[in-house]
Each structure stands twice: as C-alpha cells, then as structure tokens.
Design a protein around this ligand. Structure first.
Ligand code: SF4
Length: 367
C-alpha cells in the first residue's frame, strides 16, 4: 500500500536502529506527544529496537484522556436536560465523570448519539428543530478546524437549536508546561505530525530555542518514528536544539492557513484545565464572542472546575510522562479495557490501553 508499506520495511528499520545505536553516547529521554505515536511504538516494538540508553516516554497527546472530568460532568448534565440530544464521538461514552458516564446516561434514557463527524451533529439539529442539539467538541488542533467549520455553518444556516460544548486543547503550551515542571527529565520531543499539518511548526521554534530542546515533527509509521528518534538524538549528541520536520510529506512550516483562519474566526484562545496537568495558560480554545450563541456553556451554564480525584489510578502521572502504564500496580489486573479504572485505559489512544493491547502479547517484529 503506497505511503504505508514503504514506511514499514524491516531492513530500513534495522538500519535506523543501528544508526541510532552508533551515534548514542549517553542516556537520553524523548517524549512522543501523540497517543497515535504511542500506539505505533507499542505495536511495532520500536522502543525495543533502540539502544538501552534511550527512553521513550509518553505524553499527554490523547484528546479523550486530557479532557477534564468537569467537562464530562457538564456533558452528563446537558444530556440529562429534557429535550436535549447530545452528540459525541464514541470514545467519550465510557470516560468516567464524577458519578457516571455517557454510556450509562444513554442506557438510562438520555438521548446521547455517537457521530463520526461534527457535521453529522449539525444534520441532527436540522432534522430535530424541536430539540436542543449539543455537540461535545474535544480534541487537539486536529479536530478544531472541523468543529469550527460546523459552528460557522450553523451560523450561516441560522440554526437556533445547535451549540457546542468545547474542550479543545493546544499542544505547544502543554509542551512548555511539561518542560517547566520541577524535575523535568525530557531531553527532546517527537511532535505530532497531524497536529502540525494544521498548525505548521513555526510556533515550536521559540520553544526549542528557549528551552534548549530538540523538537522533531514526526509521522506515525515505524520508519517515521525511528527517523524522528534518529534526528532528535543526532541533535542532542551535537548540542543542538532546533525544530526539524521529519513528516515533510504532510507538514509545511506555515501549516494549513485556511484551517487556521476558520479556527481563529470561531474560537479564541483561553486558559484550559488538562486532566493530570492542571490549568495551563492559553492552552485551549473556547467559542469567540462573535459566535457565543453557539456556546453550550452560554445556554446551559458554565463548566465548574473541581479537584480531580483518581483514587488509585495514576493516569495523571502517565499523561505527564512521569510513570509508565506497566509500572501501575493495577495494570492488567484490576484495570483492563473491560474494567478501566482510569481514562488512559478507556481511550483507544490512551497509553495504558496501548500497553495492554500490545505489551501483553508476544512481540511482533516490524513487518
Ligand atoms: S493501568 Fe489503569 S489504574 Fe493504572 S494508571 Fe492506567 S488507567 Fe490508571
């Protein structure tokens, strides 16, 4: 398959692994930001191809995982309001709120519908003019343009029964917050290629400069990730800290400017609470004043922040890269995808789910 098979050849993977081993002279810790990359690393055993001096740690790049519990509770509140149809992506259904989750609310009679695109939620609003239709808009810069486009379209059509509950987050401020944490041990980042397809990577350049940390925009196939690691280690060994673009088949420095324009017209930058990381300044998107009539928080009341209690689950530390899923005492025993104790085991993109899916099986070599 074009653009897939050529990024999975075993000989090339071994070549990269050998090249990485040749240039590595001391321990380095790299963080891959995106849950999709974590899944690929686990699936193809990429971490096991690397020299023992290199540790890959997993970042907060799972959109479901970082959505704070306050927003799950608000979605539950809204779903429980008579006459409301709540539309959401399927992986939000089982994320636990304080007392329940959206799957249980649906089983209890709430009209919660799974959609595959925000535009489907708009169609639900058109088809049900007597109901309030709310779309639960979560995610990183990858989902924001389509969510913004949906609001823009609702406005053009004059739909009065549609709104969005927005928990959009932005990657660069989270990278800065991780680097500023006391005891930070991250030497370099593999930045998420699909996020940079939208945003470009100019915003990463001052971060690399100021924090003296290499950032390599990286794709999702095994050879992408191995090349991303190689470029990062190459910089670290030479004392460099710049942004490089490994994913040049999809990413350009300015990004997708049309997507950025629609995001900027519908959303504004706001402080945002991240599960496991607390509030990070200017790290989220909220509905801008011009489109406030489509803001579910304006219609149904503002989200109320609360303290996160995760019981024995350490997914906050997993999301910060401070611990690995298989270091959690509950991993694979009391906590499984069927009976998850925390959100990183619920979500397909969560690090705990990735470890459970691939690390409990016999390792597969790169195909
Ligand atoms: S294995 Fe389960 S309990 Fe442990 S950190 Fe992951 S989600 Fe939480």
């Amino acid at each position: 398959m074009k653009y897939r098979d050529e990024y999975r050849t075993a000989d090339a993977a071994r070549g990269y692994a050998n090249a990485i081993a040749r240039i590595t002279t001391r321990p380095w810790t790299l963080m891959e930001v995106c849950g999709g990359q974590t899944n690929a690393i686990m699936r193809f055993g990429i971490d096991q191809l690397l020299p023992k001096e290199i540790s890959l740690i997993h970042g907060p790049g799972c959109p479901v995982c970082v959505t704070p519990i306050d927003y799950i509770d608000k979605a539950l509140d809204i779903a429980g309001t008579p006459g409301v149809i709540l539309c959401t992506f399927g992986d939000m259904l089982r994320v636990p709120g304080t007392k329940s989750d959206l799957a249980a609310a649906r089983a209890g009679g709430a009209d919660v519908r799974v959609v595959y695109s925000p535009l489907e939620a708009l169609a639900v609003a058109r088809d049900h003019p007597g109901n309030e239709v709310v779309f639960f808009a979560v995610g990183f810069e990858t989902t924001a343009p389509a969510n913004a486009m949906t609001v823009y379209q609702a406005d053009r059509e004059g739909l009065v029964n549609f709104s969005v509950l927005v928990s959009q987050v932005l990657v660069p401020p989270a990278i800065c917050a991780l680097l500023d944490r006391p005891g930070n041990r991250i030497h370099g980042f593999l930045a998420a290629g699909h996020v940079c397809t939208i945003t470009g990577y100019a915003e990463y350049e001052p971060i690399a400069r100021q924090h003296r940390v290499p950032i390599v925009v990286t794709g999702f196939e095994p050879l992408d990730i191995l090349e991303g690691v190689y470029r990062c280690i190459h910089q670290l060994e030479r004392g460099e800290s710049i942004v490089e673009n490994q994913y040049s088949r999809a990413v350009r420095r300015p990004g997708n400017q049309l997507a950025q324009q629609v995001m900027e017209s519908v959303f504004q930058i706001v402080p945002r609470h991240w599960r496991g990381m607390g509030e990070i300044t200017a790290s989220g998107l909220g509905v801008s004043p011009a489109y406030q009539t489509f803001d579910a928080e304006a219609r149904f009341g503002a989200v109320i922040s609360q303290d996160e209690s995760q019981g024995e689950c350490t997914s906050g530390a997993v999301l910060r890269g401070e611990t690995r899923p298989d270091q959690c005492p509950a991993f694979g025993t009391r906590c499984t995808p069927e009976h998850p104790l925390g959100v990183t085991m619920v979500s397909e993109e969560g690090a705990c789910a990735a470890y459970y899916r691939y690390r409990r099986q016999v390792r597969r070599p790169v195909e």
